[in-house]
Design a protein around this ligand. Sequence first.
Ligand SMILES: C[S@@+](CC[C@H](N)C(=O)[O-])C[C@H]1O[C@@H](n2cnc3c(N)ncnc32)[C@H](O)[C@@H]1O
Length: 235
Amino acid sequence: MASTVIKNWDNKTWLSSKDYIESFNKFLTKKVKLNPKSKILDIGCGRGKIIGNLSSQLMLKNKPLGIDLTHHQDKDKRIKFKRVDALSFLLKNKKKFDLILIKQTIHLLNFNKIKKLLNLSKKSLSQNGKILIFSLDTDNNNIPTFKLMKTKLLKSLKRDKKIIKLITKLYPYKKSRFIFRVKILREKYLQMIQKRYISTLLPMTKSQIRKGIDEIKYRYKRNIKFRDKLICLTL
Ligand SMILES: C[S@@+](CC[C@H](N)C(=O)[O-])C[C@H]1O[C@@H](n2cnc3c(N)ncnc32)[C@H](O)[C@@H]1O
């Protein structure tokens, strides 16, 4: 049976590389002014490597808080972690944050929950606090895919567009793009596919994944190069 939780998203992939995390945080610190006293919340933090790195870089006095439904043994030691659903946490939360990061997580919620999540996040911001939402770029996305994966990804990106439309109606925001040039061995990428690193792969059967792997072997060269593009909304 296909696994239903995202466990391998940042498990030794480019998304957990020093290069990626440093260039991501360079981008992030241009979007929001932070200092050693800043309080940071990461919703759907995964292993928490991004805010862990941010904590060292900014020499944060308070450990940043990462919340996620999944608990990883190898999560970052520099963060405070809570295994909790985002809405349940925000409903009870009384703290104010200078940054609430929601990176590649919002698409996993239904529209009703997204509305509630944003409303509660807004209430949890300090006076100059910001919410940063990162989501796959819905246009010209060039993540390496096989046929079925592409169909599913396009469907999911269509839904992402609707999410952005919904946010547009609710809050004013600034839109920008974070682009990271990925160089990865095809073999390594195939391992990521095998481990279902992205949510579009989660519901696929073993044989669909096997077929997909054969397609990628045929379609891509030994070294795969592409641009991982994210939209950033600053609220
Ligand atoms: C694609 S991963 C992104 C991880 C990390 N933000 C990053 O960009 O590297 C999405 C994460 O959101 C978490 N997640 C999904 N729904 C959630 C919810 N309702 N509350 C908290 N975390 C959630 C998943 O467990 C997963 O770790």
